[in-house]
Write a protein that binds this ligand. Structure first.
Ligand SMILES: [Zn+2]
Length: 181
């Protein structure tokens, strides 16, 4: 009996932690959506694909080619976003949006580069947040959702309209699909 109570307590506290994590993620997602909506309004980024260079130049960054980076990196001390010149254009586009996510959401004194010791790993919350920022900026939730519901867009249609890779469009499609049906 005592064992049963103990197990119940453990189960309860585990589900509490789980709910807390979901809550934190929802807060993060809402904050990111708000931040991105403000940027879209401020820079008048209604047309697609989104002209992210407007943001890059306005905040004073330049984009440089650097074949040693994995996709991209951001170095606030030099005000440079480095991209790998060998990546396809739609991947560079997404990578720059991802690095902008670090600028708008995270510590601006830190260089985010997967090749250095202060690396941002794919599994970290900051990485997840930067990816969500990029997805929201390039493929705004409401617009993509309307395309899916009213125009029957599939991931390829999304990729074409929003200028992203089919892979990025598929992830977005699947995430938004879960919220509709
Ligand atoms: Zn990152």
């Amino acid at each position: 009996m005592r064992m049963y109570i103990l197990i119940s307590i453990i189960k309860l506290s585990l589900s509490g932690t789980y709910l807390l994590r979901i809550g934190v993620r929802r807060l993060m997602r809402n904050r990111i959506r708000e931040e991105v909506t403000n940027l879209i309004m401020k820079y008048n980024l209604m047309t697609k694909p989104v002209n992210i260079l407007k943001i890059v130049s306005d905040i004073g960054f330049t984009i440089e080619d650097d074949s040693s980076v994995h996709d991209a990196s951001i170095d606030p001390s030099r005000m440079v976003i480095s991209v790998n010149p060998d990546d396809p254009p739609e991947r560079k586009f997404y990578s720059v949006a991802h690095e902008l996510g670090h600028w708008f959401l995270h510590d601006r004194t830190v260089a985010y580069d997967r090749n250095t010791s202060n690396a941002h790993h794919n599994c970290s919350d900051e990485e997840r947040a930067a990816n969500l920022f990029a997805a929201e900026l390039l493929m705004p939730y409401i617009e993509v959702k309307n395309d899916m519901v009213y125009k029957r867009y599939n991931p390829k249609d999304i990729a074409r309209k929003y200028g992203v890779s089919v892979n990025a469009a598929t992830i977005r499609y699947n995430n938004i699909f879960k919220t509709i049906f």
